[in-house]
Design a protein around this ligand. Structure first.
Ligand code: ATP
Ligand code: MG
Length: 342
């Protein structure tokens, strides 16, 4: 092996990388902090992510992807360049790079991601839809005429897709996902308790007492916020039932979208899905009870992928090993010179 080929999952919350022969080597916040006085980069990755909502005037934290959409290409290019160089060093042979990108990405955006990766030191690049790559990362075989349904629940988007012969046949991409769940928790606590909490606290509540169903045995946690009326700090208790109440509308919207996508499928694909079940990937798949809730409402088996947050990066690893088979399904590496032909 002359060069080291890498797979990168460009997520709203995380950037995760897989290196051929080494596995997952990086999982960092997809964020960058700039020094406002000289416009220089101050921190990249987790160090920058931890500063969000806590920066002094001297620093600004930026994220290249918001709501599953690439919102700042120059920030994305800088982060890609930083990690490609860190992972591969300055090798004579440029690495081939597989990038998992939001499924709503346009042709032009796809081209720009490839250009950014090439400028960052990549040799050949391929951008692959997140549901396809996540299904491969979860170990599903998707290259035959057989319907596979995947729901990738990330921070910025929930991508619902029916895949057959390596390609997305029916799909929906919703902006209802981990980040909007955090907002829903913030709004609920403001409305019900007159307390403002930050997104870090909301996320912590979602991870610790969040659930997609009403737990028979309630659990409770203590949290700190700022009283909306007095402006003073306040310590309060919040239960799993309250977080369930805060999240249930969002879970219903996702459920309805799953039903919509299933309804579009022709009978043969539909029956494959009923037989095989639906795969959940992405970090929000870890929300307790989401699998059971969907399963009881749809009457279909729902499987949560092992290590759901890393499915996309692992899928990139699979593609690096099986590029020839992927090419048969219309995916291909692009070099900078061939980008104009996209
Ligand atoms: N135990 C948990 N319960 C609920 N949500 C969780 C849990 N663990 C992680 N999450 C959520 O998963 C989301 C991150 O998932 P993931 O890493 O798949 O997103 P991403 O790939 O960065 O985003 P996207 O694919 O939308 O661009 C965050 O919203 C995080 O809070
Ligand atoms: Mg993702």
């Amino acid at each position: 092996m002359f060069g080291q080929n890498i797979g990168i999952d460009l997520g709203t919350e995380k950037i995760t990388a897989f290196v051929e022969g080494r596995g997952i080597v990086l999982s960092e916040a997809n964020a960058i902090a700039y020094d406002n006085y000289n416009n220089e980069t101050y921190a990249i990755g987790n160090a920058a992510g931890e500063m969000a909502e806590k920066t002094p005037d001297a620093l600004t934290v930026k994220k290249p992807i918001t709501g599953g959409v690439i919102s700042d290409f120059s920030v994305m290019s800088e982060i890609l360049a930083h990690y490609i160089t860190k992972l591969c060093g300055k090798k004579i042979f440029r690495p081939n790079v597989i990038i998992s990108a939001p499924s709503s990405i346009t042709k032009l955006e796809r081209k720009t991601v490839i250009e950014a990766a090439c400028a960052a030191g990549a040799g050949k690049v391929s951008v692959i839809d997140e549901p396809v790559i996540s299904a491969l990362g979860a170990g599903l075989s998707i290259d035959h005429p057989h319907g596979t349904m995947v729901i990738d629940l990330g921070a910025g988007t929930t991508d619902i897709a029916i895949i057959t012969m390596g390609t997305v046949a029916y799909a929906a991409s919703l902006k209802i996902a981990g980040d909007t769940m955090d907002e829903a928790i913030q709004q609920y606590i403001k409305r019900e308790k007159n307390i403002n909490i930050g997104t870090v606290t909301a996320k912590k509540l979602k991870h610790t007492v969040g659930c997609a169903y009403k737990r028979s045995e309630e659990i409770e946690i203590e949290a700190t916020g700022k009283n909306y009326v007095t402006g003073m700090p306040e310590i309060f208790n919040i239960s799993s039932t309250e977080i369930y109440e805060a999240l249930k509308d969002q879970i219903n919207i996702i459920f309805e979208a799953v039903v919509d996508v299933m309804e579009q499928a022709p009978p043969e694909l539909y029956s494959d899905i009923c037989h095989e079940g639906i795969l959940l990937t992405g970090g929000v798949a870890k929300l307790p009870g989401l699998d059971k809730e969907f399963s009881s409402r749809l009457g279909i088996k729902i499987k949560r992928a092992a290590d759901p947050e890393h499915c996309a990066a692992k899928g990139a690893g699979y593609i690096l090993r099986n590029m020839k088979a992927m090419e048969d399904h219309g995916y291909s590496f692009r070099m900078k010179e061939s980008i104009n032909g996209i």
